[in-house]
Design a protein around this ligand. Sequence first.
Ligand code: ZN
Length: 308
Amino acid sequence: MTGQEIAERIETPEPAALVPTGRSNGPRAARIAAILRCPQCRGVLTMSDADVGCAPCQASYRHHGDCFDFAAAALPDTEDASFQQERMHHRSLRGRLYDLGQRVITSEYAPFDHRAAFLAQIEPGATVVELGSGNRRLNDGIINIDLFPFPNVDIAADIEKSPIASNSVDYVILDSVIEHVPNPQAVIDEVLRILKPRGKLFCINPFLFPYHGYPAHYCNFTRDGMQQLLRNFSSAVVEPHYGPTSAVINILSEYVAVSIAGQRRTPYLVIRASMLLVIGWLRFIDRWLIRSPQSYRLAGMICSVAVK
Ligand SMILES: [Zn+2]
């Protein structure tokens, strides 16, 4: 196949060629087969019991269980990474307690549930991809992509160079992900490529929010920063998702915990949780404060909905 033929394939969504034989079937499996392409040349993939192959460029990839693995990424050998593994695979009581504690003892509060509103408008039969999903599946029809093959991940891949056909996806979700990629603009450009014309991106990201590196935390964005990242979409609405009080509580409890506990993980968690138990309820002030036209100046998190 010539370079020009490959380039034509990149531009044109192809009919489904990948037959997921012997795998879980159903609407999601069929949708995955329809959009999956070679991440290197965007050629059509074929599948055998042993691997997934690309005829145009001769690349081959692995699949294990129900997950196509294009990344074959190894987790870093750190205590943080092994704790993350425990949480993602629901392996330990410690991980489960941490997740439960994070939901109850928290500074996080979205006065308006942008995520639920976005999911509610998705029509049945639409192709929806969550990039950087982790082990969570928002609903059964959503195709999950993550760098690591956690439970519930359909496709393990680098989201800067995804194995998805151009102009093939109706909705993309990026929930607290772009701060963890080295090049957010590359990910946003990739979203623009895979979305169909008039397809929509839903993106939540931190603005005034402490460092939370996993595997790394590179950047936070302001309202203007998001509008700049999304400038090639035909429209983008960017709004505060967590308000100013949430941001102040989050940063203050982190400040006290880090100042006193330093590197010691258990004292850090105890102090931070204690702080949040005492002042966390103040976050509900944001129910009113977020309506201020100035709330974007101190927003904890930012939410964007952009149309291709
Ligand atoms: Zn290829």
